[in-house]
Ligand binder design. Structure first.
Ligand SMILES: C[S@@+](CC[C@H](N)C(=O)[O-])C[C@H]1O[C@@H](n2cnc3c(N)ncnc32)[C@H](O)[C@@H]1O
Length: 220
């Protein structure tokens, strides 16, 4: 049995209306998320000391820098104008959605020197000897396969390249999974062949009174 023409037309109108509503909802959600990211990052600028973290990378225009665990690009978007058109940022993350938002934000700001890479927990998919520096901020505690990942990072760096890691130090007796000890990271770096050149045990105190540390290490 076939539907009568007026039912087919009504069905088509309802379907069309639902499709338009769904499209509006998706566009609204994307715009809202972009605005929230900007607001959260403006607040973060007040306590994260991004300038100090970027200074530790010791990079200049023309350099190639990897933001490993970029998220939606808090640091990638600060690095892009620093490195200029002759340099470039490689933003690596496991989450395609974070990289999607970073792509939109990159486009909105008109940057052309940012490349997005979907990594895997054990492999950031970086070409060998291609980077001057690698930044791992607020991400090391999430990395599940640190030794093998650091070996990839080591291979991705040019001779004399550096890696900067910043993260939260566990408070005494804390079992918070969003923290990792500075000394643990230093041991991991040395195990991967890096030379640790700087340890800042107390870089800053975050909004939840948590202490952040910073490590700088270089390849020989
Ligand atoms: C807490 S967010 C921090 C993002 C960014 N670094 C920042 O400071 O805003 C941690 C990010 O690291 C990513 N991540 C965790 N393990 C990773 C890995 N092995 N390789 C690449 N990204 C990873 C997560 O998907 C997440 O987006």
């Amino acid at each position: 049995m076939t539907a009568r023409p007026q039912y087919r037309r009504t069905g088509g109108i309802v379907f069309g209306a639902l499709a338009i509503l769904a499209t509006f909802y998706v566009v609204y959600s994307v715009v809202d998320t972009l605005q929230q990211l900007d607001a959260v990052e403006r607040d973060r600028d007040r306590w994260q000391r991004p300038d100090e973290i970027l200074r530790a990378l010791d990079v200049r225009a023309g350099n190639s820098v990897v933001d490993l665990g970029s998220g939606a690009g808090y640091f990638s978007l600060k690095l892009a104008p620093l490195l200029g058109e002759s340099g470039h940022v490689t933003a690596v993350d496991l989450r395609k959605l974070s990289l999607f938002f970073l792509k939109l934000r990159t486009f909105r700001r008109g940057y052309h020197n940012l490349q997005l890479v979907t990594g895997e927990p054990h492999d950031p998919h970086l070409p060998p000897a291609s980077a001057d520096a690698v930044l791992i901020c607020n991400t090391y505690h999430e990395m599940s396969q640190r030794q093998v990942l650091l070996q990839h990072v080591f291979r991705s760096l040019r001779s004399g390249g550096r890696v900067v890691i910043a993260d939260r130090e566990p408070a005494e007796g804390s079992s918070n999974s969003h923290e990792v000890a500075l000394e643990q990271a230093a041991t991991d770096l040395e195990g991967a062949g890096f030379q640790v050149t700087q340890k800042v045990a107390s870089l800053l105190t975050g909004p939840d009174r948590e202490v952040w540390w910073l490590l700088v290490a270089t390849t020989p």
